[in-house]
Design a protein around this ligand. Structure first.
Ligand code: NAP
Length: 339
């Protein structure tokens, strides 16, 4: 167990988590960020980010996220590149929250939850069995395996368009399979996909199962017409599921209120949950906007809410908040003691 009681632990490392880290670090709170193995959140798996203000030419997601991380680190944010396995949130005001990474326990007066969202599954037969053998949720990660091969992308939102556009540079054909004739994607993304020669559209169809070929890898998709029920078989080498995301709220289930879709509920326009000292930010709480910039904004709000909570809430007797003065005194003592 770590001996110190942290001021604030941030769980998650997308735009929300790193922005919360930046603001709490600049408030001298020395945040501890438990950032997961695959730090950087969903933007690490995306390509061009063209709508994040400040980058007129656009920037690649995997270039943007290390910048977020570095900026917070510059002001004293500390990172653990591992997964949170369990949390125990204290119910009372000023209580100490406990967070485990494997067998290591960390304690904090405030916690910012920013675990984001993960790809939604179709839940059809063959999907799980053929994962990584033809079924993928990330074109940026896996497109290179499908050079000159036939793939389908399932979904009708911006994620599906983005996956299809990226895949079109590798695959021989990309068929976007969507369960309705209307698309949820933005006009600009839809238009871009429509202008690419090797992207085709197949609507209104949805996959009902995936089957392996002789080599054990994905061989075909069986699709069903949404209105007539007619079934169609497509011989394919890969399927990219791009049907949106669901909040990664499992570790706090039963400890903070979630809505019916599993999003952490916050109070009004704040980032406060109904557990004192626990704040929620980013895609974990937001089913409406879900943009990098809105996630970053809510990370900032969570940091300010946490800072104000720490300022205004007396610590319970077991908590010892290491103030910046104490840290300085500690550093001086260590320097004097050094040979
Ligand atoms: P989304 O907008 O919720 O779209 C999900 C799509 O998947 C919908 O078309 C939906 O069909 C379909 N779908 C859902 N469940 C399905 C199922 N079980 N079977 C078949 N189809 C299913 O999600 P998203 O595309 O991930 O976008 C989320 C947010 O991120 C949006 O705000 C989007 O603008 C943003 N985003 C932006 C960019 C960009 O600007 N470059 C890229 C990616 C995402 P229905 O339409 O019939 O419901």
């Amino acid at each position: 167990m770590s001996q110190d009681i942290e001021n604030v632990i941030i769980v998650g490392s997308g735009p929300a988590g790193y922005t919360a880290a930046l603001y709490t670090a600049r408030a001298d709170l020395r945040p501890l960020v438990i950032e997961g193995f695959l730090w950087g959140g969903l933007l690490q798996q995306t390509t061009d980010v063209e709508n994040y203000p400040g980058f007129p030419e656009g920037i690649m997601g995997p270039e943007l996220m290390p910048r977020f991380r570095e900026q917070a680190e510059r002001f004293g944010a500390r990172y653990i590149t591992d997964e949170v396995t369990r949390v125990e949130l204290a119910a009372e005001d000023g209580g100490i929250h406990r967070v485990w990474v494997g067998n290591d326990e960390y304690r904090a007066r405030a916690v910012v939850l920013a675990m984001g969202a993960e790809p939604r599954k179709l839940g059809v037969p063959g999907e799980e069995e053929l994962a990584a053998r033809g079924v993928s949720y990330c074109a940026t990660c896996d497109a290179a395996f499908y050079r000159e091969r036939r793939v389908i992308v399932v979904g009708g939102g911006d994620s599906a368009m983005e996956e299809a556009i990226f895949l079109s540079k590798f695959a021989s054909t990309v068929t976007i399979v969507h369960r309705r004739d209307e698309f949820r994607a933005s006009a600009i993304m839809l238009q871009r996909a429509r202008e690419i020669d090797n992207i085709e559209f197949l609507t209104p169809y949805a996959p009902v199962r995936f089957e392996a070929g002789d080599d054990g890898a994905l061989g075909k998709a069986i699709l069903r017409h949404s209105e007539t029920g007619e079934e169609k078989e497509l011989e394919i080498d890969g399927v990219f599921v791009g049907i949106g995301h669901q909040p990664t709220s499992r570790i706090v289930e039963g400890q903070v209120p979630l809505d019916e879709d599993g999003y952490v509920q916050v109070i009004g326009r704040s980032t406060k949950t109904d557990v004192p000292g626990v704040f929620g930010a980013g895609d974990l709480v937001d089913h409406t906007y879900r943009q990098a910039i809105t996630a970053a904004g809510s990370g900032c709000q969570a940091a300010l809410d946490a800072e104000w909570y720490l300022r205004d809430t007396p610590a319970s007797p077991e908590a010892h908040w290491t103030t910046p003065d104490e840290l300085e005194a500690e550093a001086e003592r260590a320097a004097e003691a050094a040979p």
